[in-house]
Design a protein around this ligand. Sequence first.
Ligand code: ZN
Length: 88
Amino acid sequence: MTTTNPVKPTISIDQIVRVYSGRPGCACGCRGNYREDLASFKRSLAKYSGATAVQTDEGDLDLDGNKFVYWRNDQGTRTYTIYYRYNT
Ligand SMILES: [Zn+2]
């Protein structure tokens, strides 16, 4: 179930395994990019800190067993996702 969290999950940089940034719509990668490098993790985490509302699919995990949180920028023109380990 999708929930919009008034309180954002706390995510530290060492939990992040993958980030996504792209235009709204399909998230297969055709409208944006998945990245797995530290510089991209830092960039996404900074945007995440500034995000006013984020969404989670509570209990849902990606294929690798990671949690994820996603949000759009204020203009609604870009969507971001952070995939992170939660049990380390
Ligand atoms: Zn696609």
